[in-house]
Design a protein around this ligand. Structure first.
Ligand SMILES: Cc1ncc(COP(=O)(O)O)c(C=O)c1O
Length: 290
C-alpha cells in the first residue's frame, strides 16, 4: 500500500509497513486484548507526548500487559519514527500493544511477549468544523465500567459514532443514568453562566490528554472548571458545549439532537480555549487544513 509515511515500529525495530504480519491467533484480533494511543503531531512535532505515554503505561498496567520497553525507550523510538519518515506535516501516530500471539484461550498465555506497533498517518486540521462547530446526537452509554483504560474494545464507541454519522452528525454524546459521561471518541464540556462543567475523571470516562490542557487553559483564563458533571436536562439550557480530543482538538458543538445550543454558533469561552490550544500546540496559519 502506498503511503506518505511507510516506516513503522514493530516491537522495538523499524520496518516497512507492508512487511508486518500477525498470526490470526493474536490476542488483539481475537479478544481485543490490548491497549492503544493516538498522538497528535503538528508540523512534524509531537503534542502532549509524555501525557500519552504515561496513559499508555497506566492502561497496560490496568490490564496486566507488560510493555516491551521503558517510557524513555518508547519516547526515543517515537521520535526516531518521525525522523525516519521525514514527517514535516500535521499528522498522528497510532500505536497499540496487545497481550501477544498464542493459541486461543481466554486466560493469559504464559511466556508470551506483548505485540506492539506504531505508525504515522497524515492528519490535517479540520478548520471548517473548528470554526463553525459540529452537530451531535445523544446515546445511552452502554460501555463497561473501566472506560479510563484506553482498551481496544471499541465496539460500543464504533456503533455510537456510526449512528451519529448516519444522522449527519460528528459525534455521539453518551450518558449514564441521565448524567453525561463523554463522547464516543472525545471528552465533552458544558458552559453555563461563565463556568465549565465536565464529568469527573473517574473510571467512567477516558482521562483525555487534551482534557488535562482544557483544565489548565481554563485556570489561566480565570474560568471556573467544575468536575461535577452535567445532565441531559442541563444541555437544554447550556450557553455553550464543546468536545476535546487529540484529533478533534477543542471543537464547538452547536446542536444536540437537532436542537441548537445557545445561539447555534460557537461560544466565546470555547473560542478562547481554542486560541489557548493553538498557542500551546504552536499552531501557525500555514498548518495544513481540510
Ligand atoms: C472515549 C474517548 N474519550 C476521550 C478521548 C480524548 O482523549 P485525548 O484527549 O487523549 O485524545 C478519546 C480519544 O480518542 C476517546 O476515545
Amino acid at each position: 500500500m502506498s503511503t506518505k509515511y511507510p516506516i513503522i515500529i514493530s516491537q522495538t525495530k523499524f520496518m516497512h509497513r507492508d512487511t508486518l504480519h500477525y498470526p490470526f491467533e493474536e490476542r488483539g484480533l481475537q479478544f481485543g486484548d490490548g491497549v492503544y494511543e493516538v498522538i497528535r503531531i503538528y508540523h512534524g512535532a509531537y503534542y502532549l507526548l509524555d501525557e500519552h505515554i504515561n496513559r499508555l503505561f497506566r492502561s497496560a498496567a490496568a490490564v496486566k500487559i507488560t510493555l516491551p520497553f521503558t517510557k524513555a525507550e518508547i519516547t526515543d523510538l517515537l521520535h526516531a519514527l518521525l525522523l525516519k519518515n521525514d514527517v514535516k506535516t500535521d499528522a498522528k501516530v497510532y500505536l497499540q500493544a496487545t497481550r501477544g500471539s498464542a493459541p486461543r484461550e481466554h486466560t493469559f498465555p504464559s511466556n508470551v511477549t506483548a505485540n506492539f506497533y506504531a505508525y504515522v498517518t497524515e492528519q490535517p486540521r479540520n478548520k471548517a468544523n473548528l470554526e463553525n462547530g459540529v452537530q451531535t446526537i445523544t446515546k445511552r452509554d452502554v460501555r463497561w465500567e473501566n472506560c479510563y483504560i484506553k482498551s481496544l474494545n471499541l465496539l460500543p464507541n464504533v456503533l455510537a459514532k456510526q449512528e451519529a454519522k448516519e444522522h449527519g452528525c460528528y459525534e455521539a454524546i453518551l450518558y449514564r443514568d441521565g448524567l453525561v459521561t463523554e463522547c464516543s471518541s472525545s471528552n465533552v464540556y458544558l458552559v453555563k453562566d461563565g463556568k465549565i462543567y465536565t464529568h469527573p475523571a473517574t473510571r467512567q470516562i477516558l482521562h483525555g490528554c487534551v482534557r488535562i490542557r482544557v483544565e489548565q487553559f481554563a485556570k489561566k483564563l480565570g474560568i471556573p472548571f467544575s468536575e461535577t458533571g452535567f445532565s441531559l436536562d442541563d444541555i437544554a439550557t447550556a450557553d455553550e458545549l464543546f468536545l476535546s480530543s487529540s484529533t478533534s482538538e477543542i471543537m464547538p458543538i452547536i446542536a444536540v439532537d437537532d436542537k441548537p445550543i445557545g445561539n447555534g454558533k460557537p461560544g466565546s469561552i470555547t473560542k478562547q480555549l481554542q486560541a489557548e490550544y493553538e498557542q500551546d500546540a504552536a499552531i501557525t496559519p500555514e498548518h495544513t487544513t481540510i
